[in-house]
Design a protein around this ligand. Structure first.
Ligand SMILES: [Zn+2]
Length: 123
């Protein structure tokens, strides 16, 4: 199944499928989604779609709604043993992403904090 942006409104909240477990017992409880347009991190409640597992690989298809600019972004990834995540590149091949999902989220948050603090005018 391939979700389109339109599926956002008819899909359940992704976190209702989580956590899931890979074959080696890795518990996967979600990922940090960033808006494809403004790069803001999306809230879990605004990420909808499905997570299925087959042969120990978790397949995630989701659409996220950005709370800042209200645009929709599609996410398609799979999660393997050890929490390794892969996404599809432009050639349609699965490529490995950084396995440190949590740290990516933290870095994104940090970048946002830095960006916001720059925007604030000095007294
Ligand atoms: Zn946005």
């Amino acid at each position: 199944m391939l979700l389109t942006e339109d599926c956002y409104f008819s899909s359940p909240v992704l976190s209702s499928f989580l956590p899931k477990e890979t074959l080696d017992g890795t518990i996967w409880s979600g990922f940090s989604c960033f808006c494809g347009k403004c790069n803001q991190q999306m809230e879990d409640k605004n990420i909808r779609g499905v997570a299925t597992d087959a042969f120990g690989v978790i397949l995630v298809e989701a659409v996220g709604l950005c709370g800042s600019c209200l645009s929709l972004s599609k996410f398609r990834l799979r999660v393997k043993d050890g929490g390794v995540t892969e996404k599809i590149n432009r050639d349609g091949e699965w490529v490995r992403q950084s396995p440190k999902i949590k740290e990516e989220g933290l870095l994104g948050k940090l970048k946002r904090v830095l960006r916001n603090s720059r925007r604030t005018p000095r007294p």
